[in-house]
Design a binder for this molecule. Structure first.
Ligand code: C5P
Length: 220
């Protein structure tokens, strides 16, 4: 039997937003499609799925407990609440990696003399790395990496640096695959290196293939 059946899988998906003031925020163009496709595939394969989602234009998948969040810290808190129960933790979200040091209570005005606005930013918490540092025996941590160059080197270094078991990497510089597209082509890495390449295939299909590949590898 495939190892996905009966597993509790915690997935994050979509972008996060970091507010500069009540109306402006830093974010990115993640659609959440890959994470939602993974949640649907895992559910169809017999897993119990918890999905923590940033703001996306997608309907929550059927029979998946979906928790909507906005900021990175909200995403971290929501995931922390499920961490203990989860067997697999999949970090598919495109977390905004920078946040304004402070959030104004009022809409910030541009300086009339200089015509400029200077914003101080700080890096946000690395959610998957923080959760992986609290891992208990038997948990499997899977990250995603969207790269525009040096996919192999960057994926391997993220795998180690973030303390993950698998990284699913894709080259987002290619047209029609990756972020915001309906198709994806990925390479799956596990220490010490490349495990397999999948696609280009529609995201709902590649989601199943990713889960099957990892389940098979865990069984080895
Ligand atoms: O952005 P980066 O390429 O480092 O993302 C790789 C992995 O780390 C992804 O799984 C992403 O969800 C996760 N990540 C995170 N918290 C961040 C940045 C990335 O969990 N602040």
């Amino acid at each position: 039997m495939l190892q996905v059946q009966g597993k509790k899988i915690l997935i994050n998906a979509g972008p996060t937003r970091e507010f500069l003031d009540p109306v402006r925020y830093l974010s990115n163009g993640s659609s959440g499609k890959m994470g939602y496709a993974l949640a649907e595939a895992a559910k169809a394969m017999g897993a119990e799925v918890y999905l923590v989602s940033g703001p996306v234009a997608l309907n929550p998948p059927d029979r998946v407990k979906t928790v909507p969040v906005v900021t990175g810290e909200e995403m971290f808190e929501a995931m922390s609440g499920f961490l203990d129960q989860a067997d697999w933790i999949i970090g598919c979200a495109a977390i905004a990696d920078l946040a304004p040091v402070s959030c104004g209570e009022q809409k910030i005005k541009i300086d009339k003399e200089t015509g400029k606005l200077t914003i101080e930013l700080h890096p946000t918490r690395d959610i998957i790395a923080t959760l992986a540092s609290q891992r208990r025996d038997g948990q499997v941590f899977i990250g995603f990496a969207a790269e525009t160059q040096n996919v192999d080197a960057n994926a391997k270094s993220k795998l180690i640096r973030k303390g993950l078991d698998y990284i699913v990497a894709n080259d987002v510089s290619q047209n029609n695959v990756g972020m915001n597209a309906d198709q994806n082509a990925v390479q799956i890495y596990a220490p010490p290196g490349l495990l397999t390449s999948l696609g280009p295939t529609p995201k709902h299909q590649i989601a199943k293939d990713i889960l099957r590949t990892i389940a098979k590898d865990i069984k080895k």
